[in-house]
Design a protein around this ligand. Structure first.
Ligand code: PEP
Ligand code: MN
Length: 336
């Protein structure tokens, strides 16, 4: 059960509601986000919801049988919109394109990508400065120095930044330089990181784990929300299977299913999903038609020279065509 409390509810009224919730045998979890104040009641007993609903201080109440509660569509029917400022809004009714290199490599590279994005009216640039790599000897990112440069060039050009945070200790240092924190597939169930991002007042793009179920992804998102941050988007980026013809299996089934289960925006990453640059376009278009609220993909001025993930990175010419086609596909979808 979720109870949304009236804004600024007096402590005495809150206490009465908490006691009532406990009285019917439910565990009461108080959740305060940047937007609202809730009690998430956990329990199985049947009770008359009206008894609680009539208490002073209650703004809204719902039974939610899902394991995840606050991110459930059963609780909130209206889609979550994430406003990054300057007219950049992510969520239903918008189609967001986020593009950029796998890794931030140099000032020149950022300039070239920014120029490419601006020419195509793309407002969000991706790029990792802390890179999770399978080999400890591979390039692991430019770190904070790279992030500062990334931020400076993007903010001068009205471009928003999405970049991966790998551990709790990085959040504070990164805070002022990012618009969206990305939680990578390998950290999808790093619950300490999710808790900490719940306390950070910044949007989060949460990727599905390499072998994560949708239920696990949704529960991970619930960690962030229940720690105070409602600005979450989910990202399907492919799951591991026995198939070796491509890097991962981009599970586009996840898009309509997640959209039905949660009010959060759903973004698709076809670059990691298929891992082959020639096939990023069809999978991106398929993602649009499946109902994605946005696509995040890798592009680089010279993919064959990229420090990481070059095999799945499209060049600017391919990227331009991809952007045009995704917008066409989105317009078609909206016309249905
Ligand atoms: C990335 O976005 O470059 C990345 C490492 O993604 P994932 O966590 O999905 O592997
Ligand atoms: Mn990558």
């Amino acid at each position: 059960m979720i109870i949304q409390l009236q804004q600024g509810i007096p402590a005495e009224l809150l206490e009465v509601i908490l006691q009532e919730v406990k009285g019917i045998g439910f565990k009461a979890n108080e959740v305060k986000t940047q937007d609202a104040h809730y009690i998430v009641g956990i329990g199985k007993k049947d009770f008359d919801i009206r008894t609680l609903g009539q208490l002073p201080g209650v703004a809204d109440i719902h039974r939610v049988s899902d394991e995840y509660k606050l991110i459930s569509r059963k609780w909130r029917v209206n889609p979550t919109l994430i406003d990054l400022g300057d007219g950049v809004v992510i969520g239903e009714g918008n189609f967001s394109i986020m593009a950029g290199p796998c890794s931030i490599e140099s000032e020149r590279q950022i300039e070239l990508v920014v120029e490419h994005l601006k020419a195509n009216n793309v407002k969000i640039m991706r790029g990792g400065v802390f890179k999770p790599r399978s080999s400890p000897y591979a390039f692991r990112g430019m770190g904070l120095e790279g992030l500062r440069m990334f931020h400076q060039l993007c903010s001068q050009n009205g471009i928003k930044i999405i970049t991966e945070v790998m551990q709790v200790s990085q959040i504070e240092d990164m805070m002022d330089f990012v618009d969206v924190f990305q939680v990578g597939a390998r950290n999808s169930q790093n619950f300490n990181l999710l808790d900490a991002l719940g306390e950070a007042q910044k949007p989060v793009l949460l990727k599905r784990g390499i072998s994560g179920t949708l239920e696990e992804l949704l529960q991970a998102a619930e960690y962030i929300f229940s720690n105070g941050n409602e600005k979450i988007m989910l990202c399907e980026r492919g799951i591991r299977s026995y198939e070796s013809a491509y890097r991962n299996v981009l599970d586009l089934n996840a898009v309509p299913v997640l959209k039905a289960k949660t009010h959060l925006p759903v973004i698709v990453d076809p670059s990691h999903g298929i891992g082959l640059r020639d096939h990023v376009e069809p999978m991106s278009l398929a993602a649009v038609m499946a109902g994605a609220d946005g696509v995040i993909y890798e592009t680089h001025q010279k993919p064959e020279e990229a420090f990481s993930d070059g095999q799945q990175t499209v060049n600017f010419q391919e990227s331009e065509r991809l952007i045009k086609r995704m917008r066409q596909a989105y317009a078609l979808r909206e016309s249905f």
